[in-house]
Design a protein around this ligand. Sequence first.
Ligand code: ZN
Ligand code: ZN
Length: 214
Amino acid sequence: MTINHHLNDALLMAYSAGSLPEAFSLVVATHISMCDECRARLASFDAVGGSVLEECDTVALDDDAFAATMALIDAAGSEAIVADFDADALFPAPLREYVGGDLNAVKWRPAGGGVRQAILKTSADASVRLIRIPAGASVPDHGHRGTELTLVLQGAFRDDEDRFGPGDVEVADEHLHHTPVAEEGEDCICLAATDAPLKFNALLPRLAQPFLRI
Ligand code: ZN
Ligand code: ZN
């Protein structure tokens, strides 16, 4: 898998600091499990965050606490590798946990124009959904009030900005207006998080918006 579009520093830092809404954390965790480059950058932010913690030594940790923490990290590391090993799965491990399985466990609902979606349960400060765009079909053109983070899991889409294939992330904000179109050949399946309602231009998607919770 060749990944061309990665997470930006602001997202990785916020993820490292634990300050992202749950919906965004899921997209970041899923991309990181697919992307060596972002995993390495996250590790460096984690290290910086850790050294900042060490410098403000208001809390004195004893040797046992340090050893216990390292043991926890070791345990978590080996568990993650075991959990991630499923060569036949489309969804990386963090996403499979939310869905309760792989692609065949998703409960799709129609979202108009042949597009289907499945909203995943997270805290209410942002929302995250799986979107399935039939090959060659498009999502109605829209702008954004907040941030929209879209990760491609299968197939590819193009919009006014670029082409996004498996593993790629598009970070959209108030400045981007786009019409994502799935490439021919294969349905495009994405994981998308938003922290504010989208701005649809056409009347029909606008009317359906409250119902679709997008
Ligand atoms: Zn990446
Ligand atoms: Zn968008």
